[in-house]
Design a protein around this ligand. Structure first.
Ligand code: 13P
Length: 239
């Protein structure tokens, strides 16, 4: 299983440090073999992770240069970061990133051998139009994306499920992930209102290889609880 905590614009450096200490010691005390990735804000990348990976929520696709307000490869390398989130719905819909820009980021960071957690997902009005519209929408989010990239992790996060407390039914998640499975061998994560109450059942679904958690990951104890649920499932799912 792969469990990701996306802090978004939450937590200070100090808070991140305390959080990492809790999660790192939980992971080592319980011999957790799952992949755990934390995406803190840029200001809190200065960690020496032991058994939890640190990733970034964004990055500008250049080595360095005149791009005011952006953070490029050189700055990420200084922190040893090799994992990046690309295509998150907040970057698409709130910050206005186009598929072209997203694909340029993907190409650049793939060339740099980053682990890429690539996010796709549909707004509610598309979901309401039915399966055909839904898949056509997601297909567009694959434009310019190499789904055979070896360090790809694909995350399905319906826009309407993010931060709302709403989730698709387990059947809907399985169905969508079943279609994604035909397109890539990459591990498939589900994200959108995952919390301790539903993490276990979502991770148990077919073709769900992990979770991408926002608000509920902000509590280190809750995130550890989800890690424990994943560890329990590993035996059942034969991982
Ligand atoms: P929530 O878990 O807060 O719904 O956010 C999901 C998400 O956007 C993770 O990237």
């Amino acid at each position: 299983m792969i469990l990701c905590a996306n802090f978004k614009a939450n937590k200070t450096r100090e808070e991140t440090r305390a959080y990492m200490a809790v999660v790192e010691s939980f992971v080592s005390a319980n011999d957790i073999t799952d992949t755990i990735i934390v995406f803190p804000p840029f200001t809190a990348l200065d960690h020496d992770p032991r058994n939890v990976l640190i990733g970034v929520q964004n990055g500008y696709p250049v080595i360095n240069g005149a791009f005011t307000g952006e953070i490029a490869l050189e700055q990420l390398e200084e922190f040893g970061v090799k994992t990046i989130l690309i295509g998150h719905s907040e970057r698409r819909h709130v910050l206005g990133e186009t598929q072209e820009e997203i694909a340029a980021k993907f190409r650049f960071f793939a060339q740099q051998n980053f682990v890429i957690v690539y996010c796709v997902g549909e707004p509610l009005e598309i979901r309401k139009e039915g399966n055909e519209s839904l898949m056509a929408y997601i297909e567009k989010q694959f434009e310019g994306i190499d789904l055979s990239y070896s360090d790809l992790i694909l995350a399905y996060e319906p826009v309407w499920a993010i931060g709302t407390g709403l989730t698709p039914s387990n059947r809907d998640i399985e169905q969508l992930h079943g279609v994604l499975r035909t397109k890539t061998h990459a591990p498939l994560l589900y994200g959108g209102s995952v919390k301790i109450e539903n993490a276990g059942e979502i991770m148990a679904l077919e073709n769900v290889d992990g979770i991408l958690v926002g608000s509920a990951s902000l509590s280190a104890n809750d995130f550890c609880d989800m890690i424990a649920q994943a560890a329990e499932l590993n035996t059942e799912k034969g991982e």
